[in-house]
Design a binder for this molecule. Sequence first.
Ligand SMILES: Cc1cc2nc3c(=O)[nH]c(=O)nc-3n(C[C@H](O)[C@H](O)[C@H](O)COP(=O)(O)OP(=O)(O)OC[C@H]3O[C@@H](n4cnc5c(N)ncnc54)[C@H](O)[C@@H]3O)c2cc1C
Length: 441
Amino acid sequence: MSYDPLITPAVDPSGAPPDTYWRTTCQPTYFASLDGDHQTDFLIIGGGYTGLSAALELTENQSGDVSVIDSHSMGYGCAGRNAGFVLNSSGRLGPLALTKKYGADTARSIQNEYDNAAEQLLRNIDKYHIDCDLTSGPYYKLAHTGKQARVQVDTLKSLSRQFGSQARVLDSKMLQQHLSIQGFYGATVQPGYGLNPLKLVDGLACAAQRSGARLFAKTPALALKQNTTGYTVWTPTGRISAKKVLIASNAYSSKQFHQSINNRQFAVQSSILVTAPLNAGELAGIGLDAPATLMDTRMMKYYYRLLPDNRILFGGRGEVTGKAASAGQARLFNAMTTSFPVLKHKPVSHFWSGWVSVALDSLPRVYFDQKQNLGYAMGYCGAGVSFANFAGRRLAQQAMGMSDLPDIPLYTTALPRYPLARLRRFGLRALYAWARVAERL
Ligand SMILES: Cc1cc2nc3c(=O)[nH]c(=O)nc-3n(C[C@H](O)[C@H](O)[C@H](O)COP(=O)(O)OP(=O)(O)OC[C@H]3O[C@@H](n4cnc5c(N)ncnc54)[C@H](O)[C@@H]3O)c2cc1C
């Protein structure tokens, strides 16, 4: 991966799209770049789930002219290259951590938003007729230590009482009856969904265009300045005048893009490998014969999926810098074969990385400044397939002046700035060094 948000000045519009497995499954729709000056009521910067769902919300409410620009192509960022887990969570704080930090009522309201996000995504896939290979199947949360297995049992008691969780606990023996997986001490299991993220983002882009939004690919916002009527945005092929601006560039935002977001997130890499399809013996060897999603309880989580065509998708933390991205493949392969030794000779067909946006306090934000007529949604910490789709709509609702959003810190506070932002990567290296020992990564 060449683009590095903490180093490269901007996403290179001429660069090749990432060589992901998803790109072998569909040819995304072509959108032309901006050609000449352009005026719009709402300008959305970034054509991922956040930006496209914001565009849909604005056009469906007939709020004025809506334009979306992306530096590269729609879905070039995380939206087109993630693992496709549909989660009813975002950020890094689970329901109990939210309760501890914000109290039971606020935690409940935040969790409601995450639950609504997952439900709304499934409804919208249907509503916009998006064929994104949606599969349902068990979602396993694998305990990587005995202590974590005990924590899972206690946590689940509180979760079912306070949050109505439907998960079941499996002890290590029961887990082995479900999966032939090594190195785990138990799990929780609940219903889950997986999808093809690139097909999803392409379907959303087409829906937004049908709904009246103007979409421009290969159109990076190079600079953004306020004027008397709103904003001027400079791109290589034309200037855009907009009354309101919604920043949806997530972790792909360049280093010093605009003061509203500078140093308010940390772009961290996540990497994925996909194997060649498994044969019947290998499927029997891992104990899975139908789509399933799995994630472990490490702080630096590994995540796995059995894809509809019987490939294993295996992901985890990436390398620290964009330049080093490819070095992570061997580490991931090693982790995968530790869990599933039967795959130790399995060829890897694809490997890629992407940047996730990490909030300092692990809580994403959807924040629109009504005085400045500018806002953003980001900080999903690698959990945004469902929530970014919801957050874009919440951001659009704020931009339209709707005032009946839940009164929760997700929407009422800005992303906190990182102190000593220049040292973020030193901190990350130290954290990875700790995790190699403490979490056997
Ligand atoms: C490897 C990986 C695996 C993941 N797996 C999962 C998962 O299984 N489940 C889950 O819930 N989440 C997952 N995530 C996270 C999830 O993909 C993201 O949270 C989500 O896609 C964020 O969507 P977005 O629209 O906010 O941002 P993005 O999809 O990143 O879109 C931002 C867009 O902004 C554009 N852009 C940047 N700067 C500019 C500019 N100046 N001008 C114009 N355009 C600009 C970029 O080109 C990009 O297309 C994963 C992420 C990665 C990297």
